[in-house]
Design a protein around this ligand. Structure first.
Ligand code: BDP
Length: 671
């Protein structure tokens, strides 16, 4: 029991394909049928898979009109005089999703009689971004090597490719970007297109499209052109013919993802063209084939050192309205970079003419890699549920589903946490983050707790579910507390992004240094983003900007993100800022101890292999939470000269000891 089966562990006592009727057979419905045969409990006597245009379904006059391409309806009905559970929708893909929904319903305690389920995805493109390199390594990947064995592709079809597609289909993911945003041009050469085409063939029956990250300078590197200027007709022609070539191999190719003019990547700014010029040029290459371009807004330039948090908005907001219809702008959930907590990105709600696709990081680059237990459901929903203040009651989820602005396109991206480890994600609990991303991409209005419960019931014995959910729900907050409470961010070890290093100040670019973010000195700590500082708050809607202008009305969890305050500043909790920080570091460490105790109680109901790995990982997390807490406190005290509150345990070592500690060879580091 090594976790390979993910949340798809249900097994029928006797597989019974004859209980499942398919009215008009097709490859996708064959998959749906096999899924049901494999997992349907004995309590279900009959299931019928039929398209909504099947005359017998039409006859039932079910509410199928608003299901769209992918929505499903699952109902107990009477067909030809007999009761059956009908799974229907306007496409075979919808029926596949409906079949998985039925199994989920049954596996999470739903009754087998009187079933009435219906759901239509709110977001069209539900995409995993793999930061997988052609050499088999994964940037920021903590679950082993890349799943894609580029070396043996296109000949060898590893059965895991199918299992991967199946797992994704079960939660509604319908797209995958195969290669790292820090892209090599080679991925666009004929041999690599053929390899991608094989993966596309494997994924297609599961409703999953393949996309590629495109290196903007490929026309120079592969095409021998002198420039990659998007306004140069020869450049545009090169991309058009490249797109034609890809579509000949992959007729349903999804399109390109582009990281441009960010962290050394080439882009249109190299030629004084705008991001819109670059995106539109590529968009026109794929448009004749129905493809899209997902253009990332993750940019920051060393030319604008004032506040990294402001740069994407400064660069992209003026471009609203200038992108072609098949461009989505992909915006990280927060304004900096996947920190354990960031306020939502101010672009959400501020570019109504452009489909904005949030980018979440499922792999936990800044939250303890795969080893620490941190359920990201609450991080995702905190952003999705945030009020933008741009329109009455508008949440980030409302922005991204695109309905209010009548966008034809909508999307959500998650940087995958998947590798070749047997358990796919490096730990059992990490599977929940993949699961939660998929479920929220389908419906960004779901609750993190409900998703946790669903996942727990499918992943473990039902007797474990309550405790598992109790462990998961506060787990991300624990990481926030022991790594950077009260809105602090970017305090981690540089390059590896592991462990504490708030003291680092000597890296080449100012915004690579933790001291740039916390700005601690003898008097106080925090980044002043109000009008007296960088004025980043002005990028939010006026109502929010007003709220963030005053530390009294700024949520405590975001306090030091927006304000530089005296260590002695009195908080609503009744503690000074310094005492509250210490309190939270301790709370984070204590929360890990609680999780470990809760996990201990599950030993009798969890299989030995999965139980032991998690137990060991919790020990690692305990040790490292303490490391974060001790190192951080030692450093803050060296700056503020303040004593610890009475009764608080001093750090186990002095600051120099922590500063001397290195983490060489951490996984996931870019080469
Ligand atoms: C940062 C990672 C870096 C990525 C970059 C990105 O440290 O490896 O390339 O984001 O999103 O979080 O492009």
């Amino acid at each position: 029991e090594d976790g390979y089966r993910l949340w798809l562990r249900q097994q029928a006592p006797v597989p019974a394909p004859d209980r499942i009727a398919v009215t008009a057979p097709s490859p996708k419905l064959a998959l749906a049928r096999a899924e049901l045969a494999r997992a349907l409990p004995a309590t279900v006597a009959s299931v019928t898979l039929a398209r909504s245009d099947d005359p017998r379904v039409v006859h039932l006059r079910l509410p199928t009109r608003s299901l769209g391409d992918e929505g499903y309806l699952v109902r107990t009905v009477t067909l030809d005089g007999a009761a059956t559970i009908l799974v229907t929708g306007h496409s075979d893909r919808a029926i596949l999703y409906g079949s998985f929904a039925l199994l989920r319903h049954l596996a999470t305690g739903g009754a087998a009689s009187g079933i009435a389920l219906s759901s239509t995805p709110r977001v069209k493109l539900r995409v995993l971004d793999h930061w997988d390199n052609l050499d088999g390594s994964v940037e920021r990947g903590y679950a082993g090597a890349s799943l894609w064995d580029w070396w043996t592709l296109p000949d060898f079809r590893d059965p895991r490719y199918t299992d991967y597609a199946r797992a994704n289909a079960s939660i509604g993911i319908n797209g995958t970007v195969l290669n790292n945003v820090n892209a090599k041009a080679d991925s666009l050469t004929a041999p690599y297109i053929a390899k991608a085409a094989t993966l596309a063939d494997v994924f297609r029956p599961w409703g999953i499209k393949v996309y590629l990250s495109a290196r903007f300078s490929a026309p120079i590197e592969l095409g021998g052109l002198k420039t990659a200027d998007p306004r140069d007709p020869a450049v545009a022609a090169w991309w058009r013919s490249k797109a034609d070539e890809i579509y000949r191999a992959i007729p349903d190719f999804g399109g390109f993802l582009v990281k441009a003019n960010s962290e050394g990547q080439p882009g249109p700014r190299d030629y004084n063209a705008t991001h819109a010029d670059g995106a539109n040029m590529l968009a026109r290459a794929v448009a004749p084939h129905g493809g899209v371009v997902m253009w990332r807004a993750f940019v920051y330039a060393d030319t604008d050192p004032e506040d990294r948090a402001k740069q994407a908005y400064t660069e992209f907001r003026p471009l609203d309205g200038s992108f072609d219809d098949n461009v989505l702008v992909q915006v990280k959930n927060g304004p900096i970079d996947f920190q354990p907590r960031e306020p939502f990105h101010p672009l959400f709600g501020a570019m109504p003419k452009t489909p904005l696709m949030p980018e979440f990081q499922i792999t936990r680059e800044y939250l303890g890699f795969a080893t620490h237990l941190a359920y990201l459901g609450p991080l995702f929903t905190e952003v999705l549920d945030a009020q933008t203040g741009r329109r009455p009651d508008q949440t980030v989820a409302d922005v991204i589903d695109g309905r209010a602005d009548h966008h034809a396109l909508s999307g959500m991206a998650g940087v995958a946490n998947i590798g070749r480890d047997r358990d796919w994600s490096g730990s059992t609990f990490n599977q929940a983050n993949w699961y939660a991303f998929g479920r929220l991409a389908w419906d960004p209005g779901l609750s993190a707790r409900d998703i946790a419960r669903e996942w727990a019931l499918q992943t473990f014995d039902a007797r474990a579910a309550d405790t598992v959910v109790a462990m998961m729900m506060p787990s991300r907050e624990a990481v926030v507390d022991y790594t950077g409470p009260l809105g602090l961010a970017h305090l981690m070890g540089t390059s590896a992004h592991y462990g504490p290093a708030p003291w680092v100040s000597d890296l080449q670019r100012p915004e690579w240094n933790p001291v740039y973010y916390h700005r601690a000195d003898r008097q106080g700590i925090g980044f002043d983003r109000t009008a007296s500082g960088s004025d980043a708050i002005a990028q939010y809607a006026p109502s929010l900007a007003r709220r963030y202008a005053d530390p009294q009305t700024t949520p405590l969890d975001e306090l030091l993100w927006f304000h530089h305050l005296p260590w002695t500043y009195a908080l609503s909790t009744g503690r000074t800022l310094w005492d509250e920080m210490v309190h939270r570091y301790d709370a984070g460490v204590a929360a890990v101890a609680v999780m470990a105790r809760e996990w201990d109680t599950l030993k009798p109901v969890v299989d030995a292999e999965r139980w032991q790995k998690t137990a060991t990982f919790l020990q690692i997390q305990q040790r490292e939470a303490q490391w974060w807490r001790d190192a951080s406190l030692a450093y803050w005290m060296s700056i503020n000269g303040l004593p610890l509150p009475v009764g608080v345990t001093p750090p186990a070592q002095d600051l120099a000891w922590f500063q001397a500690r290195h983490v060489p060879y951490a996984p996931g580091n870019p080469g």
